[in-house]
Design a binder for this molecule. Structure first.
Ligand SMILES: Nc1ncnc2c1ncn2[C@@H]1O[C@H](COP(=O)(O)OP(=O)(O)O)[C@@H](O)[C@H]1O
Ligand SMILES: [Mg+2]
Length: 251
């Protein structure tokens, strides 16, 4: 059997009386494109937060290539090859697109110290190459605060790749983007990722996007996994139709 890239064993998390994660078992393999689905409050972001070290589970372990990363800081987990984007992009609004990318690259590769004249040309080349992969070059001189929502999201994701992650977690990459823009945006994201061996976990509410871009679906309801498998059967399952897509009446 394939060695998993990431494993979550018996992971639980409560916030007061709310069970945000109930005894979760998750295995992610190299190269998978996994969509996390579930209604608001189902526990999707909590799982992303636990994998990336933003929240510590109450119980259970999270293993990255067999190494226990439970309770490590977000920074330490990023260094081990796990990167994430947020539901709301985390950018410096006063800086330009290029400057944000220069800073992100320098954080992960001290050699790209763009403020040193001798390294500036190389640092700009590398930043522009990454911007180009996500169709962001035309925006490079704009301040981030002026950008439309979809462009901000793309930049946030492009900046994640500075860390050269093996596992990338995207929390609602197409939220706040108009219906017509969603497919082109996902095409841009998936093409920009390039590295087929990278494992991608993305939270998504639009089932057309899930069907087109996911190789696997994990569905949540009330902190529990109610389906885990190929998109066709997972989306057709009774629990998903009742508790996620609302095609069947919830009890
Ligand atoms: N930091 C927190 N403090 C208190 N409750 C939280 C916190 N984070 C999440 N929750 C609660 O945990 C549940 C799952 O939340 P979340 O994982 O954000 O859901 P989703 O991303 O699926 O919409 C919700 O009931 C939410 O209100
Ligand atoms: Mg969420």
């Amino acid at each position: 059997m394939d060695e998993p890239l990431l494993e979550a064993h018996c992971v639980s998390k409560r916030f007061g009386a709310v069970v945000a994660a109930a005894d979760l078992q998750v295995r992610l393999l190299a190269g998978e494109r996994v969509s996390l689905i579930g209604s608001n409050g189902a526990g999707k972001t909590t799982l992303v937060n636990m994998i990336t070290g933003w929240i510590e589970p109450d119980e259970g372990q999270i293993l990255l290539e067999g190494r226990d990363i439970t309770g490590l800081s977000p920074r330490a987990i990023t260094r081990l090859g796990v990167a994430r984007s947020f539901q709301i992009p985390q950018l410096c609004g006063d800086l330009t697109v290029l400057d944000n990318m220069l800073v992100a690259n320098a954080c992960h590769d001290p050699g790209l110290s763009f403020w040193k004249p001798a390294r500036r040309a190389e640092a700009i080349d590398r930043a522009e190459a990454l911007l180009g992969r996500f169709r962001l070059l035309e925006h490079r001189r704009r301040r981030c605060a002026e950008l439309p929502g979809g462009v901000r999201k793309l930049l946030d994701i492009a900046m994640c790749l500075s860390a050269r992650p093996r596992l990338l977690l995207l929390d609602e990459p197409t939220s706040g983007v108009s219906a017509e823009e969603k497919f082109p945006m996902m095409d841009t994201i998936m093409a920009g990722l390039e590295d087929a061996a990278m494992t991608v976990l993305f939270v998504e509410h639009d089932m057309d996007i899930v069907e087109r871009y996911a190789s696997r679906v994990i569905a949540f309801y009330a902190g529990r996994i109610i389906a885990d498998g190929a998109p066709g059967p997972a989306l057709a399952s009774e629990d998903v139709r009742r508790y996620v897509t609302g095609e069947l009446l919830a009890e």
